[in-house]
Design a protein around this ligand. Structure first.
Ligand SMILES: [Cu+2]
Length: 176
């Protein structure tokens, strides 16, 4: 009986530690493709499917009002940004290998015309709040695609926040 007692205490303690570690791991892994950094979580990250360009016979008569002269086509990344901290944060820039340039844009109505404009001061994510980037609204603009974005593929996007620092997420390509 004494042997049993001696053996039981450390086993129970070890099990408790294991259980705690397991819970921590499960918690940490629950939101896929999100940052380990405290505060900012990006969820439902997706990008609009697009061709990088160069399709013969497809004269793009799109009257570009932004004066972009990039060779490739554009796309955009959408997501929900959640800030779990008590401090407001700000998405200041973004980067992705699949595009020549990446900007933070908003879509505004200019009379009957939808226009996009760059948010040069970035995008605030309120304390304990969230911001949705979605078609027709806020988005991360991919300018001058360097390759096709085919539905089902994923690619990394690195988001730079004032407080949380760099947060890399996986964007899933979708045909909206
Ligand atoms: Cu845009």
């Amino acid at each position: 009986m004494i042997q049993n007692k001696n053996a039981k205490v450390p086993v129970a303690a070890t099990l408790a530690v294991f259980a705690m570690l397991a819970m921590l791991l499960i918690t940490a892994c629950a939101p896929p493709a999100s940052a380990p950094t405290a505060g900012i979580q990006a969820s439902n990250v997706w990008a609009r499917a697009a061709n990088a360009g160069g399709m013969a016979g497809d004269a793009s008569s799109d009257s570009g009002d932004s004066g972009m002269n990039m060779a490739g086509m554009n796309s955009a990344v959408y997501m929900v940004l959640s800030n779990g901290s008590a401090t407001p944060d700000r998405l200041v820039s973004a980067a992705a290998d699949v595009a020549g340039a990446v900007e933070i844009h908003e879509t505004v109505m200019d009379g009957d015309v939808m226009r996009m404009q760059q948010l040069t001061d970035g995008l605030e994510v309120p304390a304990n709040g969230q911001v949705e980037l979605k078609p027709g609204g806020l988005h991360v603009m991919l300018i001058g695609l360097t390759r096709d974005l085919n539905p089902g593929e994923t690619f990394p996007v690195t988001l730079q926040f004032e407080q949380a620092g760099a947060v890399t997420v996986e964007a899933e390509v979708r045909q909206p």
